[in-house]
Every structure is written in structure tokens, then in C-alpha cells.
Write a protein that binds this ligand. Structure first.
Ligand SMILES: NC(=O)c1ccc[n+]([C@@H]2O[C@H](COP(=O)([O-])OP(=O)(O)OC[C@H]3O[C@@H](n4cnc5c(N)ncnc54)[C@H](OP(=O)(O)O)[C@@H]3O)[C@@H](O)[C@H]2O)c1
Length: 269
């Protein structure tokens, strides 16, 4: 299957499409001519984005209000992924971080994070792949994080969840590529979206040059998809950081992590 077939506009389902990186995906894909299915919990915000994009581009835009940390929410989106008209691209973007050290967090909050960041990604990828494989074309982009590159971090469940997303996507991507389907992990660094504020994470000390724009993350992710990459790390500064992380001695990474013990929860991305 050609690159053009994978990226020629048809229908994309985007989770977490009401804000941040997911909204940037919706805006970019709508501008590129895609019909969209937008998923998040806030139905009002989804409807407002759908109305704006339909008005501007005239595409068909469906919305699904669903909490993907719940069984019912995942099931509603799974039903749409196997229905007609078919979904050609799935963007698993919805994800959360917690601003609490593991020992002070509740099992319920940690499990909710895993249900959204891991279980929903697994379920929706599984539901999307079968019809894509039957048609011999389709794309899944799973939004992960540079935090997933094996760094011991204060927000341990978050970085572990993203390590899973990256490894899972790369592994599944390899196995389905011969069947005409692509799966790619998109691993941004700090991206200005309001995500940290919503998680109550104080980012005031983070240097401005480290921040990425959501639209640039999406543009670079789609460029990497076109190149056939299995893992995309937007921006040269985070490519360098990831290369360093991959080669740095484990002992050094652990000592950096120990030094950040007081800043629990901060810097999860
Ligand atoms: N921002 C960063 O610095 C950064 C860096 C690396 C990776 N990431 C990853 O990028 C992805 C998007 O992050 P973002 O910064 O764009 O986040 P964001 O601005 O906080 O947006 C999160 C989106 O997910 C939706 N969402 C949250 N909980 C949900 C749930 N239980 N069910 C369904 N939808 C839910 C939100 O809408 P509702 O609240 O209406 O549901 C919203 O549309 C996440 O996976 C995140 O881990 C972000």
C-alpha cells in the first residue's frame, strides 16, 4: 500500500479531540480534507469544534461523548470503529497524568490512569485493526510521550504507561505493516496545551525553549508517518534527548530521578 493511500483523506477517529494535541489533529486533518469522528467526555466542546470545522470545510463530522476510562465508554467507541462507513485512521490521543507521588496516590486514581492511557489504547487499537486488515489499508497513531523512553520518573505510573504505549505500538506496527496497515507511536515532549495545569502540575520553572506547539507536534507526526516511521519524536531537541536517554548509563538516570524526588509529579512528560 502506498504512502498516498495511507494519507489520502477519508475518515479519522480522534480521541481526546476537544483540547490540546487531539484538537490540533482534528484541525489539521479537517484542513487536509478528512471526515472526522471526535471523541472526548465534554459533548458541548466537541459539538462546538464540529460545528466550526463543518462550517469552514463542509466535512461530515460525528461526535461521541465517552469516558474512555470506563468499560461503557470504550465499548461505544469500539462499536463505531467496526461500523460503516469505515474508519481509515485512528488517533489514540486521550491521556492523563497525575500530580501525586505513587505512595500518596489512591489505587483508584492510578487504575483510572492505566484504564485510559493503556487499556483504552489496547481496546481501540484492537477494534480498529481487524477492519483495516480486511481492507488492506489503515493507520493507527498512538500518542505516547518522551517520558516513555525508560526514564525512572516521579509520576511513575504515567511514564510506565507511556513506555507501554511506545513498545506496544512499535511491536504491533511491525507485525501489521506487511498487511498494509500502519501503527505509529507519536512521542511528544512538553507541549503547550493546558494539560499540566489540568493535572495541577506546576511548570513555571520549565524553560520556554523546551515547549512545543501542538500543531507542530501533529505536523511532524504526520510527516514521520508518511516516511513509514514506527516511532516519531517531534523536534530535534527531543530527538537529541531521547538519543541521550537511550545511551546514558542507567545509574546516571537513577541519580537524576533521585534528585527530582522533591518535585513529585512534575516533569512527567
Ligand atoms: N501536553 C504535553 O506536554 C504532553 C507531552 C507528551 C505527551 N502528551 C500526551 O498527549 C496526549 C494529549 O495530551 P494533551 O496535552 O493534548 O492533553 P489535554 O490538553 O489535557 O487534552 C486531553 C484530551 O483528552 C480528553 N480526555 C481526558 N480524559 C478523558 C477520558 N477519561 N475519556 C475520554 N477523553 C478524555 C480531554 O477531553 P475531556 O476532558 O472532555 O474528556 C481532552 O480532549 C496525552 O496522551 C498525553 O499524555 C502530552
Amino acid at each position: 500500500m502506498t504512502d498516498a493511500a495511507h494519507l489520502s483523506p477519508r475518515r479519522a477517529l480522534i480521541t481526546g479531540a476537544s483540547l490540546g494535541i487531539g484538537e490540533a489533529f482534528a484541525r489539521r486533518l479537517a484542513a487536509d480534507g478528512w471526515d472526522l469522528i471526535l471523541v472526548a467526555r465534554d459533548a458541548g466542546r466537541l459539538d462546538a469544534i464540529a460545528a466550526e470545522l463543518t462550517g469552514r470545510y463542509g466535512h461530515r463530522i460525528e461526535t461521541i461523548s465517552a469516558d474512555l476510562s470506563t468499560d461503557d465508554g470504550c465499548a461505544a467507541v469500539e462499536r463505531r470503529l467496526v461500523a460503516d462507513p469505515p474508519v481509515d485512521m485512528l488517533v489514540n490521543n486521550a491521556g492523563i497524568s497525575l500530580n501525586t507521588p505513587f505512595v500518596r496516590s489512591t489505587v483508584e486514581d492510578e487504575a483510572r490512569l492505566l484504564r485510559l492511557n493503556v487499556l483504552a489504547v489496547l481496546r481501540l487499537t484492537h477494534a480498529a485493526l481487524r477492519p483495516m486488515i480486511e481492507r488492506g489499508v489503515g493507520t493507527v497513531i498512538n500518542v505516547s510521550s518522551v517520558a516513555g523512553f525508560g526514564v525512572p520518573m516521579p509520576g511513575s505510573t504515567y511514564s510506565a504507561s507511556k513506555a507501554w504505549v511506545t513498545n506496544f505500538s512499535e511491536s504491533i506496527g511491525l507485525s501489521v505493516a506487511p498487511l498494509g496497515v500502519r501503527v505509529m507511536a507519536l512521542c511528544p515532549g512538553y507541549t503547550r496545551t493546558g494539560y499540566h495545569e489540568r493535572a495541577g502540575i506546576d511548570m513555571t520553572g520549565t524553560p520556554r525553549w523546551l515547549w512545543l506547539r501542538a500543531a507542530d507536534v501533529v505536523d511532524e507526526g504526520l510527516r514521520d508517518l508518511r516516511k513509514g516511521k514506527l516511532v516519531s519524536v517531534p523536534s530535534w531537541k527531543y530527538k537529541l534527548a531521547v538519543a541521550g536517554l537511550r545511551h546514558a548509563p542507567r545509574r546516571l538516570l537513577r541519580s537524576v530521578a533521585r534528585d527530582t524526588r522533591g518535585r513529585v509529579g512534575r516533569g512527567d512528560d
